[in-house]
Design a protein around this ligand. Structure first.
Ligand code: NAD
Ligand code: FES
Length: 278
């Protein structure tokens, strides 16, 4: 059992929880995720890691209430326990193994959309702590949906907030901001995009045009998280990959986003029916 030591509402339907899981905190690396089972009857819920504190032994997860399991999780409070907390899972971000001096020369831009801002944070922190400057573009529907701005502003060299409705920061989507920055003369050697699949698809199309190598963190439906069930199957460069063990990060320019989106939506009807019952 894993104790929830802190819970905070970041925005409507978006919660942050610090979970006491020292072994996960010790071995977590940027780009990885966890699988949570809320209670004995619960399904396996893949969640991105937002932060980890080795000294406190805690792992911060950020959850958007969407379906049955996230609704169950939302009802838990600080002091309650989670049935299971497995991780860290997935392959860490590639740059973790790269030469730091080489990495320092690279101009990197992160593009984070909505709840995808949470898994972006540990990457930005890791790089900043190693002396690598990164720009970060964050997109949200409106001002009240912008999350983790304060945390990110401590580590990002430049933080650009965008809102779809123009209620805060740049008025427009993250793709429009990235295009504007490049047109103004910014040069980027690598883009890392994390957010809704549709956002990652359009960031990928743009960066292909701009000739910026891009990595995306895919979040397909997952069941076991061990490469056995095939639920998280995605096509990357005409090859079948399992996001849970081969990813979740892939070269954006060879991901079949349309297939990934179609597979992601295949249980929507069933999820909605269960949600009604809760
Ligand atoms: P959202 O719909 O509010 O979108 C966030 C931002 O993405 C927008 O403000 C916009 O700037 C950009 N965006 C959206 N559609 C776009 C388009 N067509 N073209 C260009 N930019 C676009 O985001 P949300 O409601 O927070 O998204 C929730 C989704 O994020 C869920 O589906 C969840 O599965 C996914 N998610 C993904 C990850 C991941 O690891 N990739 C992690 C957490 C959540
Ligand atoms: Fe089962 Fe990836 S979740 S193979």
């Amino acid at each position: 059992m894993y104790k929830i030591v802190e819970k905070e509402m970041l925005a409507e339907n978006i919660y942050s929880m610090d979970i006491l899981a020292p072994r996960v905190a010790e071995s977590a690396q940027p780009g990885q995720f966890v699988i949570v089972i809320v209670d004995e009857e619960g399904e396996r819920l893949p969640l991105t890691i937002c932060d980890y504190d080795v000294e406190k032994g805690t792992v911060q997860i950020v959850v958007q209430t969407m379906g049955c399991s996230t609704k169950k999780l939302e009802k838990k409070d600080a002091g309650d326990y989670l049935h299971s907390f497995v991780g860290p899972l997935g392959v860490p971000s590639e740059y973790v193994h790269e030469n730091l001096e080489e990495l320092k020369k690279r101009k990197m831009v992160f593009v984070a959309g909505g709840v995808g801002t949470a898994p972006t944070f540990p990457q930005v922190r890791w790089l900043a702590e190693k002396g690598i400057d990164v720009d970060v573009i964050v997109g949200a529907k409106s001002k009240d949906k912008v999350i983790l701005e304060e945390k990110l502003s401590k580590y990002a060299k430049n933080l650009y907030i965008c809102t779809d409705d123009g209620s805060y920061g740049f008025h427009g989507m993250v793709t429009a901001k990235l295009k504007e920055l490049v047109e103004e003369g910014k040069e980027y050697d690598q883009c890392i995009a994390i957010g809704p699949m549709i956002m990652m698809k359009f960031v990928s199309l743009l960066t292909e045009e701009l000739n910026i190598p891009t990595v995306v963190s895919l979040n397909p439906i997952m069941v076991d998280g061990t490469g056995m069930c095939g639920a998280c199957r995605v096509t990357v460069g005409n090859e079948t990959k399992f996001a849970c063990v081969d990813g979740p990060e892939f070269d954006a320019h060879i991901v079949d986003f349309d297939e990934a989106m179609q597979r992601q939506g295949q249980y929507k009807k069933e999820e909605c029916a269960i949600k009604e019952e809760i």
